[in-house]
Design a protein around this ligand. Sequence first.
Ligand code: CAA
Length: 257
Amino acid sequence: MAFETILVETKGAVGIITLNRPKALNALNALLIREMNAALSTFDADKAVGCIILTGGDKAFAAGADIREMKDMTFRQVTEENFLEEWDHINTIRKPIIAAVSGYCLGGGFEFALAADILIAAETARFALPEVTLGVIPGGGGTQRLAHAIGKSKAMEMILSGRMIDASEAERLGVAARVVPSEKLLEEAISLAEKITNLSQPVITSAKRAVRAAFEMPLSEGLAFERKSIHALFALEDQKEGMAAFLEKRKPIFKGK
Ligand code: CAA
């Protein structure tokens, strides 16, 4: 599949999507969202891929939704077309998604990074939801996901003021799982992805679904969901193999079933 706004490659079992509109700092226009969604779905359906990395350029992961494209939209248009609906597609992806973020990660760019499962930041990464400075609010999930990630007061401070934070503050707040030197960003993301892809894919899918349930369900339902999920894993050969390998002091050979 040929794309105009993203680059797509695989390294072993890791699928890599690189946002690629450098002149516009990877501003997220409709075409980029469509192409990213198609690439996400293709990797999700590909049995040879176990983990997906979403990354951008050195200067920008993405500087937000494309302001040029949005500027003249009318109320009627955004409601009739349900503007931003396509941004929800990332939530349907079953495989783990690692956002590897360098440079500006703003507005919609930050919202996609928050929608990923794990965020690794380069030392140069800068995060903000500056939508209020443009006369709108975050519309790609930022008000909800940032509040879940860092709590009400910090999220309010960032969203109501548009304040930008650096990589170390993002790590301290729990937005980033870790911060790595810029030149090692992709290498570190791939190394983490490889660790994940070497495990049992159905187990990883189950673990991702259970953690995400923590953000969707009340605690009692989430706990019940977790219990049902672990019970289901006892139907897998990989559970037998994982536990037998531990007791036999050898590495497990997972088959994904
Ligand atoms: N949309 C469209 N174009 C953008 C863009 C965006 N979000 N961000 C940057 N660009 C373009 C600029 O217009 C410029 O294009 P030209 O060369 O044709 O003028 C090019 O990218 C380079 O940008 P700058 O010259 O501004 O680069 P800089 O280094 O001086 O500044 C920046 C970098 C601080 C990131 C600045 O570009 C900036 O503030 N960008 C906008 C950030 C923003 O407000 N994002 C939120 C968007 S709204 C949103 O995302 C809504 C939502 O929730 C769905």
